[in-house]
Design a protein. Structure first.
Length: 144
């Protein structure tokens, strides 16, 4: 798991470099990948549910990005996009397409199902917490 945390963090940092993030944001970007993979690994170990694991890691990455956007005074997109890189189901999508090309329908459907669960988990985690955060901001602004 420690090796996975290291590679997820470095991969996230690599995408931070590709997206031309400022040098003073690199550490925060590294932490977003670390938290993403940590949340995914712990949730998957406890639940053995790939959808729930993807949901939790996306939600934690989104919350971290919103907090860091306020702290570092930059858009949260920098932290969300780079932080979600470890969650992208690249290998599952590759195996899906490989089995489609080879004509292994059962294996292709299995990997397609896993790919869909990961994608829906990520999208649900971001969408749900984005809605909650925006509602919280609206309620907070009406009180002041």
């Amino acid at each position: 798991m420690i090796e996975g945390l290291l590679w997820a963090s470095l991969g996230t940092l690599g995408f931070g470099l590709v997206f031309n993030a400022n040098k003073n944001k690199w550490f925060y970007i590294l932490i977003s990948g670390f938290l993403n993979y940590l949340a995914y690994a712990l949730t998957y170990k406890l639940s053995n549910n790939i959808f729930l694991s993807s949901f939790v890691c996306a939600a934690i990455t989104y919350l971290y990005s919103v907090i860091m956007a306020r702290v570092s005074k930059c858009p949260s997109v920098i932290y969300v996009l780079t932080g979600l890189i470890p969650s992208v189901p690249g290998s599952y999508l590759f195996y899906t397409m490989q089995n489609v090309v080879l004509g292994n329908t059962d294996s292709a459907l299995l990997y397609a199902n896993i790919t869909a669960q990961v994608i829906l988990g990520i999208a649900s985690g971001i969408a749900l917490f984005s809605v909650f955060f925006n509602l919280f901001k609206q309620i907070k602004s009406r009180r002041i």
